[in-house]
Design a protein around this ligand. Structure first.
Ligand SMILES: Cc1cc2nc3c(=O)[nH]c(=O)nc-3n(C[C@H](O)[C@H](O)[C@H](O)COP(=O)(O)O)c2cc1C
Length: 171
């Protein structure tokens, strides 16, 4: 399958149709694709917390300094990693980051919009999300993915291909 067109047109979306909810069947389709990401020794250490409750969404905008646009979005998906399931120390970060990228591409592929908002590596943010969502100590939040119905199609990305960043055989 040739996916290039979809991969090159994904952009972060930060404006959403307020009040429009994504059906759970679609949320699960998205998370299925996230769960097909590669992971160290195929440990799949990810866990996902889907937040739709308006009060919890509002609290998230209070603890995350760059996610005010969550208010109009359908949901926040907090992508977490379980340190009891990871291959080796800190693999949870790389494994769950691969899942986040899969999730963003799935969101784009479904005609929805999404934005990755950093939780890791900010310790204060990680702690605040752990408290708010009642995560166990071994479950670490990596990213907040804001998802919803986009108000408009975001502009195409500028050409990001930089051949000078490619190094064959040695630097
Ligand atoms: C690790 C990471 C953290 C990010 N955190 C935020 C954030 O907190 N708030 C936000 O609005 N965008 C955030 N972004 C989105 C970036 O700003 C965006 O991906 C970048 O500007 C490129 O634009 P594009 O996604 O439209 O291609 C983050 C992206 C990554 C990969």
């Amino acid at each position: 399958m040739f996916l290039e067109a979809g991969l090159l047109t994904r952009r972060s979306v930060r404006q959403f149709e307020a009040g429009r909810k994504i059906p759970h069947s679609d949320i699960e389709d998205l998370l299925k694709i996230a769960m097909y990401a590669p992971s160290g020794c195929n440990r799949q250490p990810w866990e996902f917390v889907v937040v739709e409750d308006e009060k919890v969404k509002e609290k998230i905008t209070e603890i995350h300094p760059h996610a005010s646009f969550l208010k109009d979005a359908s949901a926040a998906i907090v992508v977490c990693g379980d340190t009891n399931q990871e291959l080796d120390e800190n693999f949870w970060v790389v494994d769950t980051s691969a899942a986040v990228e899969n999730l963003l591409l799935a969101i784009h592929g479904k005609g929805l919009g999404g934005c990755w908002c950093a939780i890791y590596p900010y310790e204060d943010r990680m702690k605040a999300f752990q408290n708010l969502l009642g995560l166990p100590e071994n479950v670490k939040p990596n990213a907040l993915v804001v998802v919803g119905y986009p108000v408009k199609t975001p502009p195409q990305p500028k050409d990001r291909f930089k051949p000078e960043k490619i190094h064959y055989n040695k630097w």
